[in-house]
Design a protein. Structure first.
Lengths: 432, 262
């Protein structure tokens, strides 16, 4: 692979590359768009079953017409895809099978039928059948100009339909009963969504094949959901993720011609989804981890301050100097944790550090007093209102004292009426 | 004790629903007044929610029909606001509080009309009425049960309907939200709205409702609370002596009998 070839790919110099890139971008984009609703309506598995069900339609269309005209094949795919969808819904609506059984049944039946027909066609000796088997695993490299024209028209129609019918699709995905009561044309909307889905699938299998098609629908939508709470943004992000996957997939298979495009598209899409799961703000794992570690740190710092106060209480000198060992003797801190906590408190100006020992600053004393006060108020509350014994209230209060907002604090004070002592008869320090 | 009214808000005629096994609704026939807060009560599995759904065309009717403001549902849909049980909804859906309340404007907007400034104002007022203004931009998955219920109520208010049908609005809701909702329903009543609430807590029934409908598969009573909320009628409703009827329903379903001979 020379640099020139690489540049050639990016500049889309070869007509073949142009077709493949344009084709995959279009079909991945529209699959992601339509797939958002498959995902939000929790129909991921239905999407998979429909994808498998278009195969016999393609074979039948070829058998009847005797040629591989993309439009005719598309019509065949639409026919069996929709039929499978209708059968799935009918089976579960009439309670003949459970929904999951219906999905599984139709997926395997239609896929099996497709393989049968495909085998029959291949043994017929018709030369023009070559390449029909690409619909099983997909073969983006064989996308032709006629295909791209069909993709483009489909893409425009599907995108326009999603934009025009967005409100209806959104409502039936969220609350179908409400939509029905208020007179929205539910059946029409569901049918429109089904047709769009099957249509997208019928197009998409050219690149990824029926086996992997569901991934093009679902994976970009799943990834996009992590980044936003708005449906409009979700649709745009999903389409972008889908197109990135499509572009990268065709790039990889250009670099290594032995590499299949479809599976690479799916792998890239999944990498994007995993990346989103890990790194997305709010919903991502890392964000959740950060919140947890922030909470842990807050708990640690408040516990250290509380200990300073308690030791000071005993010696009647709230801002007396205290050694690290004193702290360790009173409470089982991990030494390293305690040291890092002391360091942070010193940095925040809550503790004063001299050579060996620490003491509370005025600011630190106020904060320590607040924490102790909350702890003891909670103990009292738990004893009075949850009727817990005095020797049972400590652990609960220990956890609760760290999550109190000023509003809850005010409410606690109001309910308890500014008490002076807690269940252990220790003094509750006044508000600083 | 079945009191019928002139010029009813909602009337049911011979409603019968056999809704895959139980619950069964059997020949329900009543008429409800306008401008009252009406409670539909009965034991678990009595068919309370099914009754609402049957009236709204969400449950398949085996016989009978209902009319709202004297007309078939299809002609008055915009005047009717339905608040489904909160638990039936996936609250982890990409929507903000405002998005959900704006759905209350969809019936008058239809599929295509754009949301106007006026619609946004109405949605904002609805949020004010349920005390949720500060949550307007909050993602709905972050709401508590009580807040979710308030949002649903705001959506119904934004619809500016005349008849409100609420399915168990107080389930899983904190006490302060319950009190706020009751107060709001009273305000709505004072504006002439009719409110029908599926409810199961007998302790609060007499306090909340002016009119009570007692059902247990069939209609036991329908009338002003002071007449219907009696020991005898409540015992009839909650004693569960209608099991034979349910059994008949089961047998009919199993053997594929029609509910009515045609």
């Amino acid at each position: 692979m020379t640099t020139q070839q690489l540049i050639g790919f990016f500049l889309l110099e070869e007509p073949n590359v142009q077709m493949v890139v344009a084709g995959t971008l279009l079909l991945c984009g529209m699959a992601a768009l339509v797939g958002c609703f498959t995902f939000l309506r929790k129909r991921s598995l239905v999407g998979d079953a429909v994808s498998h069900s278009v195969l016999p339609g393609i074979c039948l269309a070829f058998l009847l017409s005797g040629e591989k005209n993309p439009l005719i094949l598309l019509l065949g795919a639409l026919a069996t895809g929709l039929l499978s969808l209708i059968l799935m819904e009918a089976l579960s609506r009439n309670r003949l099978t459970r929904p999951d059984t219906a999905i599984s049944l139709m997926l395997s039946f239609f896929f099996g039928l497709g393989i049968l027909l495909l085998t029959y066609i291949q043994h017929q000796g018709n030369a023009s059948q070559a390449g029909l088997d690409k619909f099983i695993f997909g073969k983006a490299a064989s996308i032709t100009e006629a295909d791209v024209q069909l993709f483009l028209i489909s893409g425009i129609i599907i995108t326009a339909a999603v934009i025009v019918l967005l409100r209806g699709f959104y409502l039936i995905s969220f609350d179908e009963d409400y939509a029905r009561v208020t007179g929205f044309p539910i059946k029409l909307l569901r049918l429109a969504l089904s047709v769009l889905t099957v249509w997208t699938v019928a197009i998409g299998i050219q690149a990824v094949g029926v086996v992997l098609m569901a991934a093009l629908l679902i994976t970009p939508a799943l990834a996009a959901r992590f980044w936003t709470h708005s449906i409009g943004k979700m649709l745009i992000i999903a389409a972008i993720f889908g197109m990135i996957s499509g572009y990268t997939g065709s790039f990889v298979s250009y670099l290594a011609p032995a590499m299949p495009t479809g599976p690479w598209i799916v792998v890239v899409a999944t990498i994007i989804a995993v990346f989103s799961m890990l790194l997305a703000p709010d919903r991502g794992l890392y964000a959740r981890f950060k919140i947890r570690s922030r909470n842990r740190e807050k708990t640690l710092l408040e516990n250290i301050l509380k200990l300073f106060y308690q030791i000071g209480e005993k010696s009647n000198h709230l801002q007396g100097t205290i050694l690290e060992e004193d702290l360790l003797n009173h409470r089982a801190f991990a030494t390293e944790e305690l040291q890092s906590g002391l360091k942070k408190l010193t940095q925040q100006g809550l503790l004063e550090h001299s050579l060996l020992d620490y003491r509370l600053t005025n600011k630190g004393l106020a904060e320590a007093q607040r924490v102790v006060r909350l702890h003891r108020l909670w103990e009292l509350y738990l004893q009075r209102y949850l009727h817990l014994e005095p020797d049972h209230v400590h652990d609960d209060a220990e956890a609760m004292e760290h999550v109190i907002t000023p509003e809850i604090e005010a409410q606690l004070e109001l309910i308890l009426g500014n008490p002076e002592t807690d269940p252990h008869n220790t003094i509750i320090p006044p508000r600083a | 004790m079945i009191v019928n009214v002139q010029d009813p808000s909602l009337e049911a005629h011979n409603l019968t629903v056999i809704y895959h096994r139980k619950p069964v609704l059997w020949n329900i026939d009543f008429s409800l007044p306008k401008g009252e807060i009406i409670g539909i009560m009965g034991p678990n599995g009595a068919g309370k929610s099914t009754l609402l759904k049957a009236i709204l065309g969400l449950a398949p009717l085996n016989s009978g029909h209902s009319r709202i403001f004297g007309k078939p549902l299809n002609e008055v849909r915009k005047k009717v606001s339905y608040i489904p049980q909160r638990q039936t909804i996936d609250w982890d859906f990409p929507a903000s509080v405002t998005d959900v309340v704006l759905m209350g404007r969809y019936p008058s907007l239809g599929l295509f009309k754009r949301i106007t400034k006026k619609d946004r104002e109405i949605a904002q007022q609805a949020l004010e009425q349920v005390n949720m203004t500060e949550y307007a931009n909050r993602q709905i998955s972050q709401l508590s049960g009580g807040q979710q219920q308030r949002v649903f109520l705001a959506r119904a208010l934004a619809q500016q309907a005349d008849l409100y049908l609420l399915d168990e609005p107080f389930v899983g809701v904190d006490a302060s939200t319950e009190a706020a909702i009751v107060q709001l329903l009273r305000n709505m009543k004072n504006e002439g709205k009719t409110i029908v609430v599926v409810h199961h807590d007998l302790h609060t029934a007499a306090d909340y409702f002016n009119w009570l409908v007692l059902i247990n598969a069939s209609l036991i009573a329908s009338g002003p609370t002071e007449k219907v909320f009696t020991d005898e009628l409540l015992r009839n409703t909650y004693s569960g002596k209608l099991t034979v009827l349910s059994q008949v329903g089961d047998v009919m379903r199993e053997q594929n009998f029609p509910v009515r001979e045609k």
